[in-house]
Design a protein around this ligand. Sequence first.
Ligand code: SF4
Length: 467
Amino acid sequence: MSTDVDTAAQAKGPKISKGVIAQFLRTNCRRQLYLSIHAPLRDKPLYDQLGIPPAAKWRPGLVSLTRSGRNLEDERFDELSIAFPDCLTNFKTTQGHTKGRNTALREMLSLGVGVPHLLIEGEFQSSALTNTFYDAIGIAPEVACTLPRLADLRPDIILAVTPNSAFLSERRPRQVRRDGSTEAIPLDDQRTWLIPIDIKRSEALNASYAIEVALYSILLALWLEETGLSDRYLVIDKPALWMLDPPGAKPLEELRSIPTDLRIAALLQRVEVVEFDQYVVSMRKIFRDDVVAVTAVPKWSELEPHVGPYCGMCDFYANPDWAPKDKITGQKESVHPEHCSVKVRDLDHLSRIPDVSRGMARTLIDDHVHSVTLLAGRLPEDPVFGKHNRLAAERRLLPQRATHLLAGTRGPTGRQCATLPRYSHLSAYIFVNFDAATGFTTGFSVFGNYRPPSSRSRLRTLGRGVG
Ligand code: SF4
């Protein structure tokens, strides 16, 4: 995990940090995107004028999760410092952000680094690249000037390796370009290859982590160009995540006596390389579609909430039961009327009914059924239920659920379960591997078993039926 760094000027304005992108990827909610972009305004009068609710960081386990992520980073940095004492520079200060730190990486790369080399928490000023980045990914200047600035970024690790490095042999890397496309690297190109690596307390790669390092790669490539360092360095399309090691993995520090190249190879075996091309598509879409859309809304409160399980990862749900108490007065922190827990109740919003998707709610609202109360009054035969597949499937259930929710009662759903037969003659399986983050179908296969009914099994079946 990296930390976004605030300069004094930008800390006060709307901005897009890696945390904003990560939260949006988890919730896919534009209301959340708007609110988290504007969270840095919290001490400004404009914040109250706009009626923006403060981030409610009350979610159970949030503090310990954040702390445990930071602890893992510290453990990893210690491990690397011991394993690579001869080829590591740690820009992290014990005092937090210090003056001059944001220029240290540029100064070091300008002087030249021997390879391989590990650069820990080297910061580059992506905030200054905001307009260049928007232009590079194809956002028109008249739109780009209305968008929030980027936060400065600090990848946990940047690994610098020799060109044509043998560590990365299974596919020849390509160079990341400023717009997120890639190009072949000529064999005689002598520039040092840079690889951003992020540390995550996770056992498996997920889209939000992968998109973060894809974004680091593009911004680092852009920064190299803008600072005149691209004649000596390039970013390759193999950003990586260092997640939890498998049980029994040897600590890297135990390898400190072996040659540097072998230690770097051991480190690269620990990390998971991200499919850059795949995730950059989603990254571009977030900026071009979602950020542009939420910035253009005339009145932010028109971004409708739609609560669901993903709200458990959002700071703007604000479950009143979890609100912390003031240590002196014993009063619970108040919930803002625009916090979604309150807002959906006040609106009597359809998403209060479990499993009502955004698409179902939109279809109902388009037909003037915009509240739980109105839904409770509809009969299963109502034509609105024929306008959406899931509404059609749940036409009997939904009005009942709405009624129970309003009355605070419960009752049987009327659903029936059928038992499965003990065996089948034909079993067919269709597997579709669809990545919702990128919109790509990455695999498709069909598999089947057929057992012709034998005379014996027919007899057995018949015998049972007769008996
Ligand atoms: S609580 Fe849910 S609906 Fe509200 S902003 Fe967050 S993700 Fe969106």
